[in-house]
Design a protein around this ligand. Structure first.
Ligand SMILES: [Zn+2]
Length: 427
């Protein structure tokens, strides 16, 4: 077996966390250190020599990104791995059936259906500084919790994080700059009389209002007062992608794009393209930093939606690209640079498509066996993207596969983490 190495970010280190299936094992010889991993082990703290930016207290500047994986399993065990070495940095117990919402590519918000929302600083991040960036690591830390949030819906945007508790019908709002200082202070509460979401946008908040048959949206100010009612309905609203001044919401009959620009609110309904089967509409939308594209799982196709085209006033251009797939799509997302669309299929393969043309550019077998979509309650495999790697869960065998999707979907490493939900930090 030939092992290709990507030495730029993921030097091939021996995988210390149990490796599964022999066929997938990467036995790395000649582990070449680029020096990036040593700062922490030397016990250094603070900025690098010659750095033009001070390090936060308790953090250590490192020469480049030092990605980490945070994962939670069905029993609520949370594991944090150093992705440069594959070593487990820490693990702790959480609530059963918790899910991770990633915030700022750094914080894991662990939401449990029946309990609190726990906020963890995964301890790896990068900061833009003019024409360059600085990267830091620190020990993973549990920062605090939002009590009785009961399966909260977490949305980060506009320098804030809204943690909406369906039971309470209100969102606790946290400040992202304060969170970066390690402070979990609720700086506001936004009431919403709906079992929907609260989404920070342009110094305001979008809330959803549900009836039996339809859902509409309102724009509220920081006192929860309604300042605008959007007119476009969104039946069975589920799934959203957020941008600085606009939001894309997935509905039964299409997407609704909501925006608030120069104190002007507007909304626009865009019907699904022909061929989107009823019952196969997206319920989770994904985008990536710096891209206007939104992707969703359309059953046996991936839907790609260009939010930049959809927000133009006349919008004559069709914002949809439909990418047919070889089989049932379990999960779909954009690559880190926004140029490819990745789709995990029920046959166990990860297919890679050009986001503009929809042409398939690569495909590789990732899961050890196909996933039976008729099995019901069993947790379906899913994935997240961090830089140039995808991390695919395979709950049935208790594994997370690291895939080099630019190298024909090659499985680079496999970790024996029975993740049901995960995120990558600090890439
Ligand atoms: Zn700098």
């Amino acid at each position: 077996m030939t092992v290709h190495r990507n030495t730029r970010k993921f030097a091939a280190h021996r995988v210390a966390v149990g490796v599964l299936a022999a066929a997938l094992v990467v036995t790395a010889a000649g582990c070449s250190s680029d020096g990036g991993e040593d700062a922490e082990t030397q016990g250094a703290s603070g900025a690098l020599a010659g750095s033009d930016l001070a390090a936060e207290e308790g953090s250590t500047e490192v020469p480049g990104p030092s990605p980490r994986l945070a994962a939670v399993d069905a029993a609520g065990r949370v594991v944090i791995l150093d992705l440069e070495t594959g070593d487990e940095l820490t693990d702790f117990g959480g609530a059963q059936d918790a899910r991770i919402s990633a915030v700022d590519d750094r914080f894991a918000f662990l939401t449990a259906f029946d309990g609190d929302t726990t906020i963890v600083d995964v301890g790896s991040w990068s900061t833009d500084h003019g024409d360059h960036a600085h990267s830091y690591v620190k020990t993973p830390t549990e920062l605090g919790e939002i009590e009785d949030a009961q399966g909260a819906h977490v949305v980060a945007n506009d320098g804030k994080v809204a943690v909406f508790s369906p039971r309470g019908g209100a969102a606790s709002v946290l400040s992202l700059p304060e969170l970066r200082k390690g402070k979990v202070d609720v700086v506001g509460m936004i009431n919403a009389d709906a079992s929907g979401v609260v989404i920070p946008m342009a110094d305001h908040f979008v809330t959803s209002r549900d009836t039996e048959t339809s859902s509409t949206f309102e724009l509220r100010d920081s006192t929860s007062a309604v300042v605008h009612e959007f007119t476009d309905a969104c039946p069975n609203f589920e799934g959203q992608a957020v941008f600085r001044t606009s939001i894309v919401a997935a509905c039964d009959d299409g997407f609704v794009v909501l925006s608030y620009i120069n104190a002007e609110s507007s909304s626009r309904k865009i019907a699904y393209p022909e061929g989107v089967a009823s019952g196969a509409r997206p319920t989770t939308l994904r985008t990536t930093a710096g891209s206007s594209l939104v992707v969703g799982n359309g059953g046996k196709e991936v839907l790609v939606f260009d939010s930049a085209l959809s927000s133009t006033v006349d919008g004559a251009e069709v914002p949809w690209t439909q990418i047919p797939t070889q089989g049932q799509v379990l999960d779909a997302a954009l690559s880190g640079n926004g140029k490819q669309v990745l789709a995990l299929l029920a046959d166990g393969s990860l297919a890679v498509f050009d986001a503009q043309t929809g042409e398939q550019v690569a495909s590789g077998q990732v899961l050890s066996s196909p996933f039976d979509t008729s099995a019901g309650a069993e947790a379906a495999p899913s994935f997240v993207v961090g830089a140039n790697r995808a991390y695919v869960t395979e709950p049935a065998v208790g594994a997370v596969h690291e895939v080099d999707y630019l190298d024909n979907g090659r499985v680079a490493r496999t970790f024996d983490v029975a993740a049901t939900s995960l995120m990558v930090a600090g890439f």
